[in-house]
Design a binder for this molecule. Structure first.
Ligand code: UDP
Ligand code: MG
Length: 155
């Protein structure tokens, strides 16, 4: 089934200059990019994005990380993409790898490039939606409908 999924290159991915590597790796999924932009992440957006983790002890550190507060002024941003295509959510998750970069397969993006900080936060380079419900919610949070291209015949 044709699906959309949200991919975010997190501040550690930007600081490590991994945008090209990540997009190359994701191209293996044979999906199309239907939305893309650079975003300075407000506290509100970060908290909404990670609302399912708000009771976790690492939540504050996660929000700091996600907003780029740990990676220097030049990296206080995220690059957001919407990918679309057959089984997009699972295909991207598979290439992204497991949440914990030490458990992630070393050939995945998180396995190859992620790390765990001394505070215990998983700096895992990218976000990728987990399931159709999350994907829909997350895409609506990050993109206006008119920022996503549609096929001419869908209009
Ligand atoms: N995270 C963390 N420690 C944990 C679990 C999650 O630092 O024990 C961070 C990590 O950056 C992860 C994000 O919180 O990507 C969101 O967690 P989630 O469980 O939704 O994992 P994901 O969907 O990103 O694989
Ligand atoms: Mg998640």
């Amino acid at each position: 089934m044709d699906e959309k999924t949200l991919v975010l290159i997190k501040p550690d991915g930007l600081q490590k200059s991994l945008t090209g590597n990540i997009l190359t790796k994701l191209s293996e999924a044979k999906l199309e990019i239907v939305g893309a932009k650079v975003v300075r992440v407000s506290r509100e957006l970060a908290e909404k994005h990670y609302q399912h983790l708000k009771d976790k002890p690492f939540f504050e550190d996660l929000i700091k990380y996600f907003r780029g507060k740990l990676h220097g002024k030049r990296f206080e941003r995220i690059i957001a993409f919407v990918y679309q295509g057959e089984d997009a959510i699972n295909r991207v998750r598979k290439i992204a790898g497991a949440t914990n970069p030490e458990e992630a397969d070393p050939t995945t993006i998180r396995g190859a490039y992620g790390r765990i900080t001394t505070k215990g936060v998983y700096e895992n380079v990218i976000h990728a939606s987990s399931n159709p419900k999350d994907a829909e919610r997350e895409i609506a949070l990050w993109f206006q409908p008119e920022e996503i291209v549609t096929d001419p015949e869908e209009k």
